[in-house]
Ligand binder design. Sequence first.
Ligand SMILES: C[C@H](O)[C@H](O)[C@@H](O)C(=O)CO
Length: 508
Amino acid sequence: MDEASATRTVAAVDLGAASGRVMVGRVGPDTLELTEAHRFPNRPVQVGTALHWDVLALYQGVLDGLRRAAAEHRADSSVIDTSAVHSSAIDSVGIDSWAVDYGLLDADGALLGNPHHYRDPRTAPEVIERVWHQVGGVEALYRTTGLQHLPFNTVFQLAAAQGSAQLTAARTLLLIPDLIAYWLTGTLGAEATNASTTGLFDATTRTWSPRLAKAIGLDPALLPPLRAPGTLAGPLLPEVAADTGLGPNTRLAIVASHDTASAVAAVPATDPEFAYISCGTWSLAGVELPAPALAEDSRLAGFTNELGVDGTVRYLRNVMGLWLLDETRRHWQARGLPADLDALLAQAAAADPFTSLIDPNDPRFLPPGDIPGRIRRFCDDTGQPAPATPGAVVRCILESLALAHRHTLRQAAARTGRTLTTVHLVGGGSNNALLCQWTADALGLPVIAGPAEATALGNVLMQGRAHGLVADLAAMRGLVARTQPLRRHEPSGDIGTWDRAARRVGLT
Ligand SMILES: C[C@H](O)[C@H](O)[C@@H](O)C(=O)CO
């Protein structure tokens, strides 16, 4: 701790679907700085028909990043106990990642195989039907969990694994950030914001639901004790502290480990009725509520009630997001076709507007593979001309995402009695000026773009909370607004063209 400016230096581990990062943050009442110590790819692995995360490669990336962070932030030897093996200026480590996926530990605490990827096809409709039957119906499940229906919700993944040797041998279930935390500290726990994405969490009591676990044949003992974001946990394991150079003083900080929860905590909003889009692989679009909205119309509209920081509720819906563009580029790259992002965005800007539109949430777009081909077939199925050039494909994706953002936020406002005034678009997608501008045009509302690193900033800020340096959510958001570069997009053009486009694809 730098007494003079009451700041702390912390490491934020942010694992996304496309890449992992270890960032170093400096945080205090008036300080919020972020630098990247290490970035590494997150490459899913197909084994037969199963799609897995390569979690050991991810953990290796985390260790490499922490080593770099420690090396770049050595403690000032004049103020530390020189007898200590290693000591770095890194006061704590916070971990966040995408939601729903998990690893299973056996009775010895060893990992039972690589976690499945949420895009793995194992949660077939009959598995989902079986769960609904076991828990007393889809309505009953929603009344307890408030979770939007997504085929990859953890509850359905566990149902698909019922009877497997792996699940039979399992003694502990750890969501991805909790698994990394376990390997770094040896402690078991489940951070609450991410636990709220499983379909085994009671949105009203904010606790695990042993009833739901038992109903799907899962032993509730597999679910570790819950941990609240904004608290400090134990030190790193001695061998990890020595290997990384972080030393005995560095502690695990429990942050909002669901990356979207960290991103929403860092939205630079001053208006309590703000709307947000956390935009990356997915676009998570919604509003923040003080309590879950569990009524049937929220379920039918596909809204979720994921737990946020300080007991807030993230009332949002998943929109397929920039996965559509990233997977399209991967598909073209694999075929030696041009896939440079800036060139494609310039071509999209120059392409004719509203030629081809899709519903980004059509289930055909979830699995990896030939997204451009599926767009063509969607257009054929809906009597639209298919995009004829790469630029037209990218324009189709971005216009359709802007429409889905509009559709989702308007529905969220209607169901919560909110009047939308400004939309905050945060995350990597905020670097996509075309998408931000078209989202503003489609909604007819100003879009404030940034910060791009909202998730990592939310991670660092919650560590600042844990160290008692940042007071509350409002202080966190104010600090972001005061310290981070933001870009304002005013709505332009005739919103009537977006109204007509929305009607074409049923996103009214
Ligand atoms: C499965 C998605 O990852 C999840 O729904 C989303 O909220 C997320 O975690 C985005 O990173």
